[in-house]
Design a protein around this ligand. Structure first.
Ligand SMILES: Cc1cc2nc3c(=O)[nH]c(=O)nc-3n(C[C@H](O)[C@H](O)[C@H](O)COP(=O)(O)OP(=O)(O)OC[C@H]3O[C@@H](n4cnc5c(N)ncnc54)[C@H](O)[C@@H]3O)c2cc1C
Length: 394
């Protein structure tokens, strides 16, 4: 007979005790990244966001910590579990979605395709430097006229002897203007192929996109490629078609599913603290039923989001995760995070709109996270197709 169920002394943040699901090693990694964020990101991130500065000095530190390409094996990568990678993303994004975006793009969008689809020479040339944070990568799929429908891309590569000549424009490319290497997806006579392009190749120009009001501590760029001549061995030899870029996006979305919970948690924590200190009508605003409802909704969202991420993370590590599970996780957790940020913003009242508190920064960042790596609508359509068997994309 089980013990009778009694009221517990529960943590206001990890209410469901999801921590119990972590191994000692995972907890250590989580705590290490949390401390890094507390010391290196949180004190200055509002200023970076305000001034539109990417904290480039953190790249090497993150490389030293093994956070770049951390779930990949060999070539200087840490070779951790998928859950460990996810937990790192949660902590980084609790600091700022821009920092997590850097790590996602570097590891999942730039290193992963080289690691999975590249030649041995490409792996040796790029991966150790990227894992160490000495080299920065970016991933060029989206174009000005080709977003949710990447198959409509215009960037193309044609053969010239044994070389390839690349032409086209990529848009909204994270890390674009600070990258040493770009993984560019282009249409060819053989279908869509990936190219590993050193960014100092003549004809390759990266222009930073200014005036963003979201992910301001992250660099987003336009890439213009005019007759970029590449040697034959610049092509990723082991993948053809859209499944190449889409498999990279699955890797990155996995990290976002965990990361978004971190942003949500930071907003909830801030709102909870604020609600206990801020007094109106001679009482803390946390004593009002309407505020408590907001706080409870946030707490439930954060805990459900973490449980979902952990469940799918464990499935990933045991090899039973389907791509549609990641669509589910990215869609649900980012939506939850955005709802949580907006609710937290309202708890903070007017203070909620300033960078003195992290909430409006997270809220604005999450608008990008909601759109990139597959919009909320596209994930909905993928799931709609999965449950009805009918594609409703076009
Ligand atoms: C800050 C930031 C960083 C980014 N970094 C990168 C990067 O590093 N590399 C990269 O390649 N891309 C990157 N992107 C681009 C991102 O992946 C695209 O913005 C995203 O795929 C959506 O494309 P779009 O913006 O062209 O929107 P569109 O595809 O034009 O969509 C506009 C709206 O229409 C909806 N829609 C489109 N098709 C359908 C449909 N069939 N049914 C219903 N609704 C539909 C969408 O859901 C959306 O709401 C980044 C974007 C941002 C904002």
């Amino acid at each position: 007979m089980a013990e009778p169920i009694k009221p517990g002394k529960l943590d206001a943040i990890d209410f469901l005790q999801v921590d119990d699901l972590l191994t000692a090693e995972e907890r250590l990694l989580r705590d290490t990244v949390r401390q890094f964020v507390a010391e290196q990101v949180t004190p200055d991130v509002a200023e970076w966001f305000d001034e539109g500065i990417f904290p480039r000095h953190l790249v090497k530190q993150m490389g030293d910590m093994g956070l770049l390409g951390m779930h990949l094996e060999g070539y200087g990568c840490a070779g951790t579990s998928a859950v460990a990678y996810g937990l790192a993303c949660t902590e980084l994004e609790a600091g700022d979605s821009g920092v997590r975006s850097f790590v996602s793009v570097q590891g999942s969008l730039a290193m992963y395709p080289i690691w999975e689809f590249g030649s041995e020479e490409q792996k040796q040339r790029w991966l150790p430097g990227m894992a160490a944070g000495d080299l920065i990568g970016c991933f060029g799929l989206t174009e000005p006229d080709s977003g949710s429908d990447p198959g409509s891309m215009r960037t193309h590569a044609v053969k010239d002897g044994s070389d390839w000549i690349l032409n086209g424009t990529k848009m909204w490319i994270t890390n674009g203007s600070i990258a040493d290497v770009a993984v560019i997806w282009a249409s060819t006579d053989e279908g869509i192929r990936g190219f590993v392009v050193p960014t100092d190749t003549p004809g390759f120009v990266a222009n930073k996109i200014e005036k963003k009001l979201s992910l301001r501590a992250s660099i987003t760029s336009e890439l213009v490629m005019t007759d970029v001549r590449l040697p034959g061995d610049a092509i990723l030899p082991n993948v053809r078609g859209l499944k190449g870029p889409l498999s990279c996006l699955n890797e990155a979305r996995f990290g976002i599913m965990f990361g978004a919970v971190g942003a949500a948690r930071a907003c909830y924590e801030t709102a909870l603290e604020y609600s206990k200190e801020r007094e109106q009508f001679d009482k803390p605003i946390g004593s009002f039923q309407l505020t408590q409802r907001k706080l409870v909704e946030m707490m439930v969202g954060v805990n459900q989001g973490m449980l979902l991420a952990m469940h799918l993370g464990r499935k990933r590590d045991e090899g039973s995760l389907a791509a549609e599970h990641i669509n589910f996780g990215k869609m649900v957790n980012v939506r939850m995070a955005l709802d949580t940020a907006r609710e937290a913003r309202s708890v903070l009242g007017a203070n909620g709109i300033t960078l003195e508190y992290p909430v409006v920064r997270h809220m604005n960042n999450l608008e990008s996270v909601y759109t990139y790596e597959g919009t909320n609508e596209i994930h909905t359509l993928v799931l709609g197709q999965a449950i009805t068997g009918i594609a409703a994309f076009a």
